[in-house]
Design a protein around this ligand. Sequence first.
Ligand SMILES: Cc1ncc(COP(=O)(O)O)c(C=O)c1O
Length: 377
Amino acid sequence: MKIDTTCVHGVKDKANLTGAVTVPIYQSSTFAHPGVDQSTGYSYSRLQNPTKEVLENIVAELENGTDALGFSTGMAAVSTLMELFKPGDHIIATDDLYGGSIRLFNNISKKNGLKFDYINTSDIPTVKNKITKETKAIFIETPTNPMMRITDIAAVKDIIKGTDILLIVDNTFLTPYFQQPFSLGADIVVHSGTKYLGGHNDTLAGFLVTSNSEIAERLRFIHKTTGACLAPFDSFLIIRGIKTLAIRMEKAQENAAAIAGWLLKQEKVTAVHYAGLETHPDYAVSKKQATGFGAMISFEVDSEQTAHQILEGVKLIMFAESLGGVETLITYPMLQTHADVPQEDREARGINERLLRISVGIENINDLINDLNQALA
Ligand SMILES: Cc1ncc(COP(=O)(O)O)c(C=O)c1O
């Protein structure tokens, strides 16, 4: 079955006795047992819920993993993941990560004794040089957020082959529709399901996907113990969102390519960061490891004043955080997604008062360009 068909038909609800075409919302916190030592397979929804289970099976199938766990948010998924590690463990992370992941690592994981090095993981020799005896994981986001750099996943895997270092990939931006990290050597895939998987800016969700049964078992234990599980109704919304993942990704990407090309021609735009541009420093790696470039763009303008003018001038496009929904959103990373990243780290990475990020949606491209045009005028 091809991925666009899996998105629609997914994995069937094994408890379905009615022929319902969509997965029911099993809005039950607990499940009655037929007798002592007998079970329907469910006991309590923190351990597992039938709607969430169907969704987890779909996500595992889409990612070509063996198990997936549904969390209440993407950050709940990343926090749970950090529980795999113990004080003294060292994690190498992409320097241009989502700001919330950096906030978690710097303020909570470090307090728990984990050590982090943030580096440009697009630079493979630098990754190699940072590995120590304590290194237990390499956490990458590709494309990065918000500068859209690409890490060569297979090249990172090559340098840690034969070690117990886990390769973790946040696949939120490209989704399994465009990028399959397990086929490139990842051990764990992370998602903010809030974004493209859900696709409608109407719910929050997160996932951890694995292809390793021992890790899956450890994560399931932490998941049921710490309890940030995805609720049945939210699971239903993500299942529904995934049905249109393929066509949304294609349409949003087509719009993003057109907007990136248009931005390049604007006098007040001084740089455009989109992996689909042939001038992008990681274009070749992106083309090699993914089947698409996605629909996230960041760009720099000539002044802070122009940046504010665009944010306040857009009429159709909304000035809001988040990404991956059908609506086009524009974000000011410095004040929103990356506000808690230390200022000097932010500036070193180019996240300044002139940088804007667009999550391109599925509207008509002429309406989007007309809106940007009037805001920039
Ligand atoms: C790449 C990436 N990973 C993880 C997260 C965290 O997800 P959530 O907002 O669902 O907690 C985000 C949120 O923006 C993100 O962009």
